[in-house]
Design a binder for this molecule. Structure first.
Ligand code: PMV
Length: 354
C-alpha cells in the first residue's frame, strides 16, 4: 500500500481522538529499520486507559523552524515533549507532507494518572496519528480501510506498540503466515475465530511502581540486536503466535494461561540476559506472581498475569469470574501496589473520534 498523501491546500480546523492503551500477549521485543518488528506480536486493546488528543490546525506562516506547534499536556505547556513530537513529525513527514504546511496546537490528556508507570506512548502516539491523519481524510478522502491502516502505520513510526491501539479487541502486528493480511507496516484486527470466553476479558493493572522505569523500551529493543538468544526468541514468538491463534479460537483457558505467562516471563528473561543486563521487575512484582500461582492452585479459577516493559502486573480473567477475582485482588494483591493503587480495565474496540 502506498501511504504517501496527495498534495492539498492547507486549511483550518480542529479534531479530537481518544485512543486506548493495549497489552501484548505475544510480545514485540526487538526492531530494525523504520520501526519494523523482529517478530509478530498480538495484543488485547484496552478500554478505560486512554489518551484524548485535540489537534487545532491552520495554514502555517513560514518561519525558520521546520515545524510550528505547541504541546499542552493536561492544560499545561510541555516543551520537554517537543523533541519526541519533532522526531515523530520527521518520521511521518514523507507520508504526510502537510505537517510542514500547517501549524498546530496539540492538547493531550490521559485517563490514567500521569506517573502511574503505565506506558502512555501507545495511546498517546495513536491518538496523535489519528488526529493528524484526519486532516488528510477530510481533504483528499480515504476509504475506512485506508484510513485505519495508514493511522496504524503512522502510529508505528511514533512507537511500535501504538500501531496496535487503533482498533480492537484483538490486534496483530508483524507478518505471520498464520494471520491473513498481517503486515510489518501496520497492525490489523483479528475479527473472526475468537471464542466467546474472550469477548469480555478483564485486565486489572496493578501499579507496583509508578516511577519512571530505569531502562527505556528503546534501549531494550536495541539490546536485542546482539542478544545471544535473539534468533531463537524471534522463532519462538512466531510459533507462539500460531499457537495463540488456535487457543483464541478453541477457548482453552488452561493453554491461554500457560502461553501468556510464559511470554511475559520470557520478555523479562531476555532483559536479564541482555548485555548489559537489567531487571524491571520489583519485589512486589514477584510477590504478586507467586500469589497468582497459589490462588490458581487453590481455586482453579482462570486468573493469569502478563507484564509489559516495567514492574506493573496486568491480571487477565473472564468477566464471569470478575466478582470473586476482584475481591481477591482487593484483599491480597492491592497491598503490593504503590498507595494500594490499581486500575480495573477490560478489552475494547479501539480509538474513537470525539
Ligand atoms: O512500543 P514500544 O517501543 O514501547 O515497545 C513495547 C514493548 C512491549 O510493551 C514490552 C511489548 C509489546 O509488544 O507491547
Amino acid at each position: 500500500m502506498d501511504f504517501i498523501s496527495q498534495p492539498f491546500n492547507s486549511l483550518e480546523g480542529k479534531i479530537t481522538w481518544q485512543s486506548p492503551s493495549n497489552i501484548a500477549l505475544v510480545k514485540y521485543w526487538g526492531k530494525y529499520g523504520d520501526q519494523f518488528p523482529q517478530n509478530p506480536s498480538l495484543s488485547l486493546t484496552l478500554s478505560n486507559c486512554h489518551t484524548t488528543t485535540k489537534v487545532e490546525y491552520k495554514p502555517r506562516k513560514s518561519n525558520s523552524k521546520k515545524y510550528t506547534f505547541s504541546f499542552l499536556f493536561e492544560g499545561e505547556q510541555k516543551p520537554d515533549f517537543h523533541p519526541k513530537i519533532e522526531q515523530f513529525l520527521d518520521r511521518i513527514a514523507p507520508y504526510c507532507p502537510y505537517v510542514l504546511d500547517h501549524e498546530f496546537i496539540i492538547s493531550s490528556s490521559n485517563s490514567f494518572p500521569h506517573s502511574s508507570g503505565i506506558a502512555s506512548s501507545a495511546s498517546g502516539m495513536s491518538a496523535l496519528a489519528l488526529s493528524l491523519l484526519s486532516i488528510e481524510k477530510e481533504r483528499v478522502g480515504l476509504t475506512e480501510e485506508q484510513f485505519l491502516n495508514k493511522a496504524s502505520f503512522l502510529a508505528r513510526l511514533g512507537s511500535g506498540s501504538a500501531a496496535r491501539s487503533i482498533q480492537g479487541p484483538v490486534m496483530s502486528w508483524g507478518h505471520s503466515p498464520f494471520i491473513e493480511g498481517s503486515s510489518q507496516e501496520y497492525a490489523t484486527h483479528i475479527n473472526s475465530g475468537i471464542h466467546s470466553v474472550f469477548s469480555d476479558y478483564q485486565d486489572t493493572i496493578l501499579l507496583i511502581d509508578k516511577g519512571q522505569k530505569k531502562v527505556s523500551s528503546t534501549l531494550g529493543h536495541q539490546l536485542m540486536e546482539k542478544h545471544p538468544y535473539a534468533d531463537i526468541r524471534f522463532k519462538q514468538a512466531h510459533q507462539n503466535i500460531s499457537r495463540l491463534i488456535e487457543i483464541l479460537s478453541s477457548g482453552s483457558l488452561t493453554d491461554f494461561i500457560t502461553l501468556v505467562e510464559h511470554e511475559a516471563l520470557t520478555l523479562h528473561a531476555l532483559m536479564m540476559a541482555s548485555n548489559p543486563s537489567f531487571i524491571l521487575m520489583h519485589p512486589g512484582t514477584l510477590e504478586v506472581i507467586n500469589k497468582v500461582w497459589e490462588y490458581r492452585k487453590e481455586t482453579d479459577l482462570p486468573l493469569c498475569f502478563t507484564l509489559d516493559a516495567g514492574a506493573n502486573v496486568h491480571l487477565l480473567y473472564p468477566k464471569s469470574n470478575a466478582t470473586t477475582i476482584q475481591q481477591f485482588i482487593a484483599d491480597e494483591l492491592a497491598m503490593y501496589c504503590q498507595n494500594n493503587h490499581y486500575i480495573n480495565d477490560q478489552i475494547g474496540d479501539g480509538a474513537k473520534k470525539m
